[in-house]
Write a new protein. Structure first.
Lengths: 301, 301
DNA sequence: CGCAGGTAGTTGACAAAGTCAACTACCTGC
DNA sequence: GCAGGTAGTTGACTTTGTCAACTACCTGCG
């Protein structure tokens, strides 16, 4: 915890400096940083109200009012009358759009300059890392989506599974199993019969699941995981849903999966999808004895 | 590129808001954000000069002077005389240390509050992601170190290798090989004879290398990589050096490695360590034909 | 030595940025 | 139709930051 707090504080100091460097006059325009932010919001919203901008950016209402008057004097914005006749929705004029475009281009160039030295892989890392930070400290709202697997995904899954299950005391043997399962998936991949889905949030892998052909018209769901920071968003259910739908379309008669009694949140997801337990057995594969469970789901079309 | 620029801009907007939320009075203290930053710098430096603080934080000299006068009036700092009698080095008084400690505690609590909802894994992700961002846009100075492997590292290596070599057109077959090599390493790991090292920078994997027993007193170096954003820091050389030293101590007579002619920067590292090419052959294992090379190094003790 | 040109730090005068409370005009619901 | 609210504005103000001129000192060179 302390480490994380220290890291975030160090980052804030670093970023404050790096943003603060922009300073008083935003990139040589004659706008302050606040004015630039306001202009950005106006340009990226549908006829916003002053109150909305003020709340959005955490500014004083009077301050916003004055800045808007300045923008109006510059001919950048026009103010209408809303349904509610107190409100005066803001719209950019042609001149305002031009001013914003110029500012936007300058910002873009400035930002591009800062990351010019990075190669494509670095940029990818940066995007992912920024997304992760936003997702983690920004709390809830970052959206997520599901895609099929790409190069490297399977091993990232193996690594994450290994790390996430470490606290259960499942160490080396389970890690090796992860490697075998993922490598085998890649080696024996049967397009149309098998698939791996990755949930992404803020550019980072938020969870994943695999479907493999277990023979005899049975599709086996494997390696489901959802990152701790992405839990409670319905990602697990969506991944399993994706998997079941694919299995149905691929013509499997039944789905099967193997899990453990202690993994309660995963069990809830399987239950919700209609899976039922068909077998329970204690095994010693991961070192300590653990109770494994086999679940199945009939896929009557 | 555009994606990266957009991501960084979005992040800056997000972070500006999140930092700006602290706003005028820093956490209910009667300090402004600037004053708080200044106090932090004073507390974390050895008798700094006003000019140093001013340069460090990018502030106006006159402004700093006035804030310092205020701190002095509050009895928080004492100002001495340096060798250079123009300078007036700043030191915290007992009261100043107390004031800083109070502020520091409040900041810590505030930051901790923001990440209180995160589990240990998320915090780790956050630290790593913050480190990545700092490293990538902050440029140079972040330190790095080498450690031996932990749970999950091998598959992270497999994933990164797969992604980094994708641009060379080496796709599925090479990815499968990565999985096989790393899984086999874990399965057959011989402590004392084999090892895997990971270079970390800012909490992120910056590179890695493996040493495996190839039989017949030969140690084989495998899966060397350095992340693009961590190149040019000597990490590759340090990893190979670590590997060679371990091999020497483990009593291997010779080291061997297999690489490709197009991987020029890796070749330079091997050359610098004293490796020489003993064999060259075109192979088709990764799809396209490529020229592979075997390098060796005699380990005369 | 002494002087030109520099740096550390301060100060006065000022401008910019932001805050607060009071105000008008309007809306909503009882 | 009126109490209590919201959208937006305005005057008066404080805080924050900037600029240029200043003192006191240092460094290096003829």
């Amino acid at each position: 915890m302390d480490e994380a707090v220290a890291a975030l504080r160090a980052f804030t100091r670093f970023y404050t400096r790096s943003v603060g460097a922009l300073g008083a006059h935003y990139l040589d325009s004659d706008l302050s940083l606040t004015e630039a932010r306001l202009l950005y919001e106006i340009a990226n919203a549908e006829a916003p109200l002053a109150a909305a901008l003020q709340a959005e950016l955490g500014l004083d209402a009077g301050y916003v009012s004055r800045i808007l008057r300045r923008f109006q004097a510059l001919g950048w914005i026009a103010r209408g009358r809303g349904e509610d006749r107190r409100s005066r929705p803001i719209s950019l004029t042609e001149a305002g759009r031009a001013a914003f475009a110029a500012l936007d281009a300058r910002t873009k160039a400035d930002v591009a300059g800062r990351i010019a030295a990075l190669g494509p892989a670095d940029r990818e890392t940066l995007v992912a890392a920024l997304g992760a930070v936003t997702g983690l400290i920004g709390g809830g709202a970052a959206p997520w989506h599901i895609r099929t697997f790409r190069t490297g995904d399977l091993f990232t899954i193996a690594a994450r599974q290994s790390i996430l299950y470490e606290p259960y005391g499942w160490t080396r043997p389970m890690e090796i199993l992860q490697g075998e399962v993922t490598t085998a998936f890649l080696r024996d991949f049967k397009p149309g019969r098998e698939q791996c889905w990755v949930a992404e949030r803020a550019g980072l892998m938020a969870g994943a699941v695999m479907l493999v052909d277990a023979g005899g018209d049975v599709g086996q769901l494997r390696l489901l995981h959802v990152e701790p920071w992405a839990r409670g968003l319905g990602i697990g259910g969506a991944l399993v849903g994706e998997c079941v739908q694919f299995a149905r379309e691929a013509g499997y008669a039944r789905m099967r999966l193997w899990t453990h009694t202690i993994l309660t949140s995963a069990r809830r997801i399987y239950e919700a999808e209609g899976f039922t337990i068909v077998e329970t057995a204690v095994h010693h594969e991961f070192g300590e004895p653990v109770q494994g469970e086999t679940w199945e789901l009939e896929l009557t079309p």
